[in-house]
Design a protein around this ligand. Structure first.
Ligand code: NAD
Length: 299
C-alpha cells in the first residue's frame, strides 16, 4: 500500500486552515512565520517559496527576509535577535545551508527555542531527548504523523534508520524510541514510539543483514537505489526520505526526482511504502505549518 503523503498533508492543511480561521474569528491574529534566506541557492529558493505558499494556503501570514551571500555572521545574528524579540512573529526559520563563512551552529543556537519552528536548536533537540515539551523538526514530525494517520504502530517494532543527520536520522530515531509521553499538540492519537531503533550510517557493516530484521525501514541517506529488494523483509514498512536528482532526457527539466529506495522492486515486498515525490516531502512542509501553529498557540 502506498503511504500517500500528498493526500495526508492536504487533510492536515485543511485541519490547520480551520484552526487558523477559528483563531481569527475569535479576534486573534493569524500565526505568522518569518523565513530568513541568505544568498541565491536555487534549491533553497524553491523550498522557501513552497513554505511561503503553504502558509498562505492555510491563512497564516509569512514574511520572507532575504540577505545577500556576503552578509556577515554578526548581521545575521542581529536579525535572529530581532526576530526573537519581535512580538508579531510566532516562529521563524533560517533556511539552510548557509554560506561557508557563517557558522551554522552559532546561528541555530541563537534562535529562541520557542520560536524555532524548524526544531533544530540545541535547546529543542535537548528537550526532545528528555521528553519535555518541544518543537520537533519537520521531517521527523511528518514521518511520525504519516505512520500515525495510517495507524502503523511502532511499539515493540524494530525500526532501522539509515542516516544519522541532525535534521532527519537522529531526531526520527529519537522520536520512535521515546516513550509515547512525548505527545505533540495536534498529533493523531495513535501511540507512536516505544520502538527498538537501530541507526545505520556510512560506516555500518552489513547493512543488508540489519535491514532484513527491520519491521520499519526509514532511509535518509541521499543515495538513489540504496535500499534494494533483497534488503527488505516481506511485509515491512518502508519510508523513503531521500530526494535525489537523476538525469532524465525525457523530462523537460532534464532530470527527475527519485528517493533512496529502488521503489519498483521494493514496493511489491513492502506492506506500506512512501513514493518520491509525494511521500515524506509534503509531510515535511505541512509539519512546519503545524509547528508554527503550535508556537503561536504556546504564546
Ligand atoms: P545527510 O546528507 O546529512 O547525511 C546522509 C546520511 O546518510 C549520513 O549520516 C551518512 O552516514 C548516511 N549514508 C550515506 N550513504 C550511506 C550508505 N551507503 N549506507 C549507509 N548510510 C549512508 O542527510 P540528510 O540531510 O538527512 O538528507 C538525506 C536525504 O534526505 C537527502 O537526499 C535529502 O535531500 C533528503 N531530505 C529529504 C527531506 C524531505 O522532506 N523529504 C528532508 C530532509 C532531507
Amino acid at each position: 500500500m502506498i503511504l500517500d503523503g500528498k493526500k495526508i498533508a492536504a487533510d492536515i492543511r485543511a485541519e490547520i486552515r480551520e484552526k487558523v480561521a477559528a483563531l481569527v474569528a475569535d479576534g486573534k491574529r493569524a500565526p505568522k512565520l518569518a523565513v530568513v534566506i541568505v544568498g541565491n541557492n536555487p534549491a533553497s529558493e524553491t523550498y522557501v517559496n513552497n513554505k511561503m505558499k503553504a502558509c498562505a494556503e492555510v491563512g497564516m501570514e509569512a514574511v520572507k527576509i532575504a540577505y545577500p551571500t556576503e552578509i556577515s555572521e554578526q548581521t545575521l545574528l542581529n536579525e535572529v535577535s530581532r526576530l526573537n524579540n519581535d512580538p508579531s512573529i510566532d516562529g521563524f526559520i533560517v533556511q539552510l545551508p548557509l554560506p561557508d563563512h557563517i557558522n551554522e551552529s552559532a546561528i541555530l543556537s541563537a534562535i529562541d527555542y520557542r520560536k524555532d519552528v524548524d526544531g533544530l536548536t540545541p535547546a529543542n533537540v535537548g528537550r526532545t531527548v528528555q521528553g519535555l515539551p518541544s518543537i520537533v523538526s519537520a521531517t521527523p514530525r511528518g514521518i511520525r504523523e504519516l505512520l500515525a494517520r495510517y495507524q502503523i504502530q511502532t511499539e515493540g517494532k524494530h525500526v532501522v534508520v539509515i542516516g544519522r543527520s541532525n535534521i532527519v536520522g537522529k531526531p526520527v530515531a529519537l522520536l520512535l524510541m521515546q516513550r509515547p509521553y512525548l505527545s505533540l499538540p495536534g498529533m493523531s492519537a495513535a501511540s507512536l514510539g516505544d520502538a527498538t531503533v537501530t541507526v545505520c550510517h556510512s560506516k555500518t557493516q552489513d547493512l543488508k543483514a540489519i535491514c532484513l530484521t527491520a519491521d520499519i525501514i526509514i532511509v535518509a541517506a541521499g543515495s538513489p537505489k540504496l535500499l534494494t529488494a533483497d534488503m527488505v523483509k516481506e511485509g515491512a514498512t518502508v519510508i523513503d526520505v531521500g530526494i535525489n536528482r537523476v538525469d532524465d532526457p525525457t523530462s523537460p527539466r532534464g532530470y527527475r526526482l527519485v528517493g533512496d529506495v529502488d521503489f519498483e522492486n521494493v514496493a511489491p515486498k513492502a506492506a506500506y511504502i512512501t513514493p518520491v515525490p509525494g511521500g515524506v516531502g509534503p509531510m515535511t512542509i505541512v509539519s512546519l505549518l503545524q509547528n508554527t501553529l503550535q508556537a503561536a498557540l504556546n504564546r
